[in-house]
Write a protein that binds this ligand. Structure first.
Ligand code: C2E
Ligand code: MG
Ligand code: MG
Ligand code: MG
Length: 290
């Protein structure tokens, strides 16, 4: 872009602007290639049960119930790019449908395999962006991914952020209802950071509230809000998953407050596909209790 006219009336280009425009252009091309060549990978963060009778063994507190699938992009020559950067970019570039489909299919296939290998009813949570939910073909894509990978619908959860749901409640409600008919579960992601209307919340077909890590960060001291959200979830018939558990004290607090499930660095970081498979196999090797 030409900035202010220079001394002799000729537009002067700011080399920094030019290089950043150039870098952006390159980044866009690299993401297009990554999606078209299937270079987006999936990391899996374990989700643990907190609730249930203490003597329920591998199904009780501390048991791994499943994973959240998180998109990863290692850009050759540049290193890892955060999903906070490339997911919005994929939305802007119209790549999110292809990218989202790749993540969904990879996650369903992996968890189908791990279920077969361990005999455990592991679940997988996949993030869905606003544009994916808005797309008319959304339900068909999910049906196809389940059919092609053989994952039972009740093993799949779809996570949608609060702001997305609330931006067009009528359409969201229709899409969520159609997805739930398949037998999968729907979670509101980053709950508590958006602008949920309580009236809508009651009417939305929602199974799970994923409590945002900003609430976990305040623990163990300040648990009032988290306590309220757990009770709100119960009032609308939803279960809770708490995100961002980083310390033992936080884990104890969310357990005491009655959250159903938890994930966070204290329990496990997101694992690459191979590490996640090893994690799952270590579960199989672990002695069965009871
Ligand atoms: P999210 O869905 O809320 O995912 C949780 C994020 O918190 C992940 O970041 C995860 O690595 C991070 N996290 C997990 N445990 C902890 C913890 O104990 N402490 C802290 N500080 N962070 C923790 P990540 O992988 O960078 O993903 C960021 C966001 O990008 C996700 O937030 C999600 O909104 C989006 N995203 C990731 N993968 C996909 C995808 O396949 N599709 C779409 N549409 N969005 C995705
Ligand atoms: Mg999520
Ligand atoms: Mg979240
Ligand atoms: Mg988040």
């Amino acid at each position: 872009q030409a900035k202010d006219a220079g001394r002799d009336g000729v537009a002067v280009f700011d080399p920094r602007l030019r290089s950043s425009a150039h870098e952006r252009f390159e980044l866009h091309g690299a993401l297009r290639r990554a999606v078209s060549e299937g270079e987006i990978t999936v990391a899996y963060q374990p989700v643990l049960a907190l609730a249930g009778p203490a003597d329920a063994g591998e199904l009780g507190p501390g048991a791994v119930v499943g994973f959240e699938a998180l998109a990863r992009w290692h850009r050759p020559g540049h290193g890892d790019v955060s999903p906070a950067v490339f997911i919005p970019l994929a939305e802007d570039l119209g790549l999110i449908h292809a990218l989202g489909d790749q993540v969904l299919r990879a996650a369903c296939a992996a968890v189908r395999t791990w279920r077969d290998e361990t005999g455990r009813p592991l679940t997988v949570a996949v993030n869905l962006s606003a544009l994916q939910l808005a797309e008319a073909a959304c339900v068909d894509r999910v049906v196809a991914a389940l059919a092609d990978t053989g994952l039972p619908a009740d093993a799949l959860q779809l996570e949608i952020t609060e702001s997305v749901l609330m931006s067009d409640v009528e359409h969201s409600t229709g899409q969520l209802a159609a997805l739930r008919v398949l037998g999968l579960r729907v979670a509101i992601d980053d709950f508590g950071t958006g602008y949920s209307s309580l009236a809508y919340l009651r009417d939305l077909p929602i199974d799970i509230l994923k409590i945002d890590q900003s609430f976990t960060r305040r623990l163990p001291g300040d648990g009032e809000m988290l306590d309220l959200i757990v009770r709100l979830a119960r009032a609308i018939g939803a279960t809770t998953v708490v995100e961002g558990v980083e310390t033992r004290e936080q884990l104890e607090t969310v357990t005491r407050l009655g959250c159903d499930e938890a994930q966070g660095y204290y329990l496990s970081r997101p694992l690459g596909a191979d590490a996640a498979a090893a994690y799952v196999h270590a579960l199989r090797a672990a002695p069965r209790i009871g």
